[in-house]
Design a protein around this ligand. Structure first.
Ligand code: HEM
Ligand SMILES: [Cu+2]
Length: 549
């Protein structure tokens, strides 16, 4: 692609060497290249992960022993709130968007995302939002402290930290909507010739469906927090009982966003492990089409179950039953997925490189989180467990062992493609086992704490909960330490790792991104991949029979 007349550089010709001409500021601040934007997203997400992680450790330090050691209760509540908000909106979601930016065009044979300039805007709304959240600790009244769910009346009475959080959520929502529009348009319109929708890598499908979910529910959240804002400052009474409003209305609106949000953090993870497991099992993904349908069913059902977060507010038993059974129904397509992942591994020629370890870890632990979710879906059980540590254990099995582990797996899987170098396999595996062990030490005892009745979002607790809390805190600090090790491992890889990576370092990988060099050149697929290349990959993935289709 590159030609000798680079110096002439007519605007109309191929810009394969553009990166050598532009300044740092131009390349990163005015970024329009999907790979650069992906890199920005990923580093932003990692820095937010560390920020939110430090808050988690501050929470755990306080909970090491009963009594108040480090923080005043109000600051403790600010920590839990901002930890939740930052992990969800700052770390997990942008990390998935970053992966989508980096990998989707490569995997579907597109030269870039559909709207390259809007892509830049999507990213650059994130740092100001993060800044607003961090600044909010220093304003009168401190940061938002009503929990990440922002329930009124607490969120109406709170100080200006809540206004900053609301504005941050507006920015984050705008960013997600624009990012999603980009993903939908890219996937629907600029796939390589020959790649029909049902031949697209599953990661493409899960990102597409996630993007639709986001376009549907991000405005709902924006509406909810805007109503909070007007209740706070413009004398409306949407959620204020004193003027005829209803705080429970907020919960309905919030969870109509909030439950699909959980799947916004889970579906991309499903897509990632559906790429990784076939690679290291050296077998095509089992039940590709059923995976697509399962993903769609989960997405549709996720809009109908919000009430399972509100069993305790007082709803008719018939309504409780409705939400309970629909929630349980989601276990069916989820079960289909777990079955397919296991069937993919069944009798495969498996090897256990780090991405595979994280993917298998994902399948095992996500299943634990799924089962505790089923338990919580039982309305009469939930009225006992509502707001206990059982819930905290449940959603961390889904979000940490689910979303985060899949992100680690994805990082090791694609790191050679990003950097051009191989990471140190032994260190990768160490990171996996270290995280696996300490994750469970941290969060498994929380099931017991919850069953014994320890409430969440409380800085102090009864003596009987001491031992499991001490254990969880030790686990959390060790887990955190392991993530610093991960950072060094990534930096080591960027600086040359254990040697140069070939275009396709994984024997069993067949998707299109492995056809381009490592590191992926600044511009790829300026002409779409040839039909032969596409069909070779499809055949290896079992998506193209020998017969004509
Ligand atoms: C990896 C290490 C992590 C540790 C040690 C940790 C620890 C904690 C702790 C102690 C709480 C407070 C529980 C309470 O008092 O109610 C909490 C809440 C929460 N965490 Fe994490 N967490 C971690 C990672 C994550 C990740 C990756 C996410 C991803 C989304 C996440 C999402 C949340 C949410 C949404 C809450 C609820 C906040 C609220 O109650 O408003 N956490 N976490
Ligand atoms: Cu839910």
């Amino acid at each position: 692609m590159t030609t000798a007349n680079d110096a002439l550089h007519a605007p109309s010709h191929d810009h394969a060497h553009e990166e050598h001409h532009v300044s740092f500021v131009q390349r990163w601040f005015y970024a329009t290249n999907h790979k650069d934007i992906g890199t920005l997203y990923l580093w932003f997400a990692f820095s937010m992960f560390i920020t939110g992680g430090i808050m988690a450790l501050c929470i755990r330090a306080e909970l090491f022993q009963p009594g108040l050691q480090f923080w005043q209760p109000d600051f403790f509540n600010q920590l839990t709130t901002l930890h939740g908000v930052i992990m969800v909106f700052g770390a997990i979601m942008p990390a998935f968007t970053g992966l989508a930016n980096w990998m989707l065009p490569l995997m579907i044979g597109a030269p870039d995302m559909a709207f390259a300039r809007m892509n830049n805007w999507s990213f650059w709304l994130l740092p100001p939002a993060a800044a607003l959240l961090m600044i909010s600790f220093f304003v009168p009244g401190g940061a938002a402290a009503g929990g990440w769910t922002l329930y009124p009346p607490l969120s109406i009475q709170a100080g200006m930290g809540m206004d900053l959080a609301i504005f941050a959520i507006h920015l984050l929502g705008l960013s997600s909507i624009m990012g999603s529009i980009n993903i939908v348009t890219t996937v629907l319109n600029i796939r390589a010739p020959g790649m029909t929708m049902l031949k697209m890598p599953l990661f493409g499908w899960t990102m597409l469906i996630t993007a639709y979910l986001l376009i549907a529910v991000a405005p709902v959240l924006a509406g909810a927090v805007t109503m909070l804002l007007t209740d706070r400052h413009f004398d409306t009474h949407f959620f204020k009982a004193v003027g005829g409003g209803d705080p429970v209305l907020f919960q309905h609106i919030f969870w109509f966003f909030g439950h699909p949000e959980v799947y916004i953090m889970a579906l991309p993870a499903f897509g990632i492990v559906s790429q990784i497991i076939p690679t290291f099992a050296r077998k095509p993904l089992f039940g590709y089409v059923s995976m697509v349908y399962a993903t769609c069913s989960i997405a549709i059902l996720s809009f109908m179950v919000w009430g399972h977060h509100m069993f305790a507010v007082g709803m008719p038993a018939s309504t409780q039953l409705f939400f309970m059974f629909l929630t349980m129904l989601i276990a069916v397509p989820t079960g289909v997925k777990v079955f397919n992942w296991i069937a993919t591994m069944w009798q495969g020629s498996m090897t256990f490189e780090t991405p595979m370890l994280f993917s298998i870890g994902f399948v095992c632990l996500f299943t634990v989180g799924g089962f505790s979710g089923l338990i919580l879906a039982i309305a009469p059980v939930d009225t006992q467990m509502q707001d206990t540590y059982y819930v905290v254990a449940h959603f961390h099995y889904v979000l940490v062992a689910g979303a985060l582990f899949s992100l680690f797996g994805a990082t090791y899987y694609w790191l050679p493609k990003w950097t051009g170098y191989m990471y140190h396999e032994g260190r990768g595996q160490f990171h996996f086992w270290w995280s696996m062990i300490w994750f469970n030490v941290t969060f498994f005892p929380m099931h017991f704490l919850g069953l014994a009745g320890m409430p969440r979002r409380i800085p102090d607790y009864n003596m009987q909960f001491t031992d499991f809390n001490a254990m969880a805190t030790v686990g959390a600090f060790c887990f955190g330490l392991g993530q610093i090790f991960f950072l060094f491992n990534v930096i080591h890889t960027i600086r040359g790792g254990v040697g140069k990576a070939p275009a396709s370092p994984w024997e069993g990988a067949n998707t299109l991104e492995w056809e381009v060099a490592s590191p992926a050149p600044h511009h790829t697929w300026e002409t779409p991949p040839s039909l032969e290349i596409v069909e070779k990959g499809l055949k290896a993935q079992g998506l193209l029979g020998d017969h004509h289709e």
